[in-house]
Design a protein around this ligand. Structure first.
Ligand code: F6P
Length: 505
């Protein structure tokens, strides 16, 4: 760690911080200082960090840390399409898919997007016959984004009924088969590498299902979404139905690429483009704003305050919106696969804890299940609440009113706590939370929310001195599974016994 980074962390550690109640009482301007609004399309997003322990002093300290960590230069490299993933010698060009990045990359992305739009619109217009269902097969970053966006945006009305299947457990694929009519089903095979065993096995079974159910040319019903088009050709997909994307787009950052095909199929091209535009508004803000006014960077300051300075091992995200029920799992991959590292970008042991465990759920359900621990447990868990001012339902407005009131009440209760002579009934309070409130959850604000978290993840990585864009930790398990499949021997006694018990030894 450079001397300036060491000093910046040390200076942060030395700051004493008052309780949230004291901070609010001492500074009437606290809310104004720690909340901000980002305009996205015709709406916007309000961020409120006033119920975290961030202070002017800590914000100054984190700005010094960002400077000592070379944040501005790393961000310049990110948007310039330069290498920010040194172990793999790659750029990370997801923002160029939204039109913000190196010129050559944004142009290439626009050309690929135009091709995807042509195919999506042609299918909507009947070029492949009647299409009522789409089985989207992919895993990790090739599934979580499409599942989230389709679930969030295509609830009331979907142009095509989308089923996202990721698990190799055949139960998942069978459920999709049961819900689809093979004669009107398309299969999207989504895999950056086009080699992932779960995806390729599921895709093969989907082809068989089509063939077994009277589809004469099953390959003619397949769309491939991949950064390895040559592999898709080899596998049998016609080039006209392969939608490629660039190698410099990471799997967990790929919803903006052709991996978003099922989203465009379900909601139509205009809304898919609106999602990209919402994300682009965040890109421009993140690229052009310095210091604490940069909202993803400010969120990362709060993250580092709790994980590195106060030892929080987890962070929780609660969506007070049924449409965002998949957001916590999406963020789990984004944050944990990006920043779950134990070496720095230079390959040295890290200087402190890296990504906390991201977990969460949906409000108000979670209040009746896990919030007890948040209020009275012994763990420090910083919480993000995410909600929409406009309702997603058309029922009695009481539903949405009660939903939002509960969301805000939880943040207030976490902070306030409650004194009682009876310790069993006492709440310590002073527990941090941040609130992210969109005016209305639509394609643009969903895009903005996702991009905000992408940049927050990157900012955290820079502050911790790690590489957010590789994921070597997932390789070993895959390697061992391959060895087992090939009939390899010499595993540990426990694994050998499990294999024997399952008849696989
Ligand atoms: O196993 C992890 C991972 O490599 C993820 O990073 C990725 O999103 C997922 O597998 C799927 O990979 P692919 O898109 O190449 O099938």
């Amino acid at each position: 760690m450079s001397d300036s980074r060491k000093q910046a962390w040390q200076a942060l550690r030395e700051q004493t911080v008052e309780t949230l109640a004291t901070l609010f009482a001492a500074d009437p301007g606290r809310l104004a200082k720690l909340s901000a609004r980002l305009e996205i399309g015709t709406g916007g997003v309000l961020f409120d960090w006033s119920k975290t322990h961030l202070t002017d002093g800590l914000l100054d300290g984190f700005e010094s840390l960002a400077e000592a960590s070379g944040f501005s230069e790393m961000r310049r490299k990110l948007f310039a399409g330069e290498v920010v993933n040194p172990t793999e010698g790659r750029a990370a060009e997801h923002s160029s898919l939204r039109g913000v990045g190196k010129e050559a990359s944004t142009e290439e992305a626009a050309a690929l997007r135009a091709r995807m739009q042509l195919l999506v619109e042609a299918i909507h217009e009947g070029a492949l016959g009647e299409v009522r269902h789409l089985i989207h097969i992919g895993i990790g970053g090739s599934a979580l984004g499409p599942a989230l966006a389709v679930d969030a945006l295509a609830r009331d009305f979907a142009l095509v009924d989308v089923h996202v299947v990721s698990n190799i457990d055949g139960v998942a694929l069978e459920a999709a088969f049961a819900a689809c009519d093979p004669a009107t089903t398309l299969v999207a095979v989504a895999s950056k590498t086009f080699t992932t065993i779960e995806t390729m096995t599921n895709a093969t079974s989907a082809l068989k299902w089509l063939a077994d159910n009277g589809v004469i040319d099953p390959y003619g019903r397949v769309i491939a979404l991949t950064a390895a088009p040559e592999k898709a050709v080899e596998w049998g997909v016609d080039e006209t139905r392969i939608l490629p994307f660039a190698e410099s787009v990471g799997g967990r950052y790929s919803i903006w690429s052709s991996i978003g095909f099922p989203v465009a199929m379900a909601v139509g091209w205009e809304d898919f483009q609106a999602m990209l535009d919402g994300a682009a508004a965040v890109d421009v803000h993140f690229r052009d704003t310095d210091g604490r006014a940069n909202l993803p960077l400010r969120a990362a300051f709060a993250d580092q305050l709790y994980s590195r300075l106060r030892g929080a091992q987890t962070r929780a995200v609660f969506a007070y919106d049924e449409r965002l029920r998949l957001l916590p799992s999406y963020l789990q991959q984004l944050e944990m696969e990006s920043n779950g590292k134990s070496v720095t970008a230079e390959g040295k042991p890290v200087e402190g804890p890296t990504a906390p465990i991201t977990w969460g759920g949906v409000g108000t359900d979670a209040q009746h299940a896990v919030f007890q621990l948040l209020h009275q447990g012994t763990h420090l868990v910083p919480v993000d609440f995410i909600a929409s001012i406009a309702p997603g339902d058309e029922l009695d407005p009481a539903h949405h009113r009660i939903l939002l009131m509960n969301c805000f009440a939880q943040g207030a209760a976490l902070m306030a706590g409650k004194d009682s002579d009876d310790l069993a009934r006492a709440y310590p309070g002073d527990r941090p939370s941040a609130t992210i409130l969109v005016d209305d959850l639509d394609a643009a604000t969903l895009g903005a929310l996702i991009a905000f978290h992408e940049h927050r993840t990157f900012a955290n990585a820079v502050l911790m001195g790690i590489n957010a864009f590789d994921q070597f930790g997932v390789e070993l398990g895959k390697e061992i599974a391959r060895k087992i499949e090939k009939g390899g021997e010499g595993f540990d006694a426990s694994t050998e016994a499990l294999l024997a018990a399952a008849g696989l030894g």
